[in-house]
Design a protein around this ligand. Sequence first.
Ligand code: AMP
Length: 397
Amino acid sequence: MGRAIVIVNAGSSSIKFSLFLERGDDLVPDVRGQMEGIYTFPRFTAKNPDGSLKTENSWPQGTQLGHDGSLEHIVAFLRTELVDDQLIGVGHRVVHGGQKYTQPVQVDSNILTELEKFIPLAPLHQPHNLTPIRRLLERVPDLPQVACFDTSFHRTTPPVAQMFALPKELTDDGIVRYGFHGLSYEYIASVLPQFDAKAAAGKTIVLHLGNGASMCAIDAGRSISSTMGFTAVEGLPMGTRCGSMDPGVILFLMDQRGMSIRDIEKLIYTQSGLLGVSGISSDMRALLASDDTKAKIAIDLYIYRIRRELGALAAVLGGLDAIVFTAGIGENSAIIRRRVCQDAAWIGVELDENKNTAGGPLISKKNSRVAAWVIPTNEELMIARHTLNLINKTKGA
Ligand code: AMP
């Protein structure tokens, strides 16, 4: 009998899971899936490693399975999957580890209480990330559960990169720039040596361009700056998030337009970004396919902001060896990559059009001073590795 690890990524309306099997020194992906629309129109799908559909279930519209009902369904499904392998632990993606959690941690009820204190720092993600941990702690208290944080990778950024220019007592109270998408950046940093030894030992900017989007400056494998800050709304414009904006705008909207904190939260997290500017869609595919000038303006703004952040992060690094594109847009859109690379010609990126159209991994010309890569991210594998390592360490201790 082999050993197995389940990875859980719980959001407000969906719970995603992946099953990994330990085979020798490797963690091999097995089934992965999700329960989506958990409070509206639940649908369960599970896929084989080759992407083919394994199982599908749906419930009538209006069914409120919620996090508990959904988790129960996922557990029941996994029981039928795990006949030859023993589940040794569950790894969870948790958005916020505050200043304390610089590494993944095995969660008990005391640590869970500490993690709940970070809910105000990530109100849209943290409570949902923690719900399955709480339920499993209640039901199977002996099953090791490991929390892996999106903030941990950025704890190496120097203090000056973490600070806002606010009074010291606020900084001391944890109102600082944390940075997110850390599991994605950590994965890219872990595989970069296989692609580009020079960049892995040197200076790289990784562009995580998905529905959420950020960029990270990595020096010799360590994060030294990133575009996201205290919350996951700072930095680049995203699918529905506005990215960096003069905080005076918020004061103006509250003062002159009578908007409440909840109105502002909705505006900057769910009604802005590509969706807000275009008025069409948050999905880059839809915007690229549209003839509407508003779609073009949204894409132009997106590209412009990437250009600005690229310059800023290159300045922080004091040079650049490579840029790496990852996540949904970064991995799949040759058009967006081309525009970003064209804007980065000044710093030494020379795009190879054919390689870019073919999807990489190398998309720059052979003699390009700064290399450009496309590397698919794998946050689940990163969480699975952390979970296994921590369980092995705890058992060996
Ligand atoms: P992620 O959050 O990493 O899953 O990325 C999701 C986003 O990737 C979607 O919202 C799409 O906008 C984008 N995306 C996926 N495929 C493509 C594509 N072929 N071209 C442009 N954007 C894409």
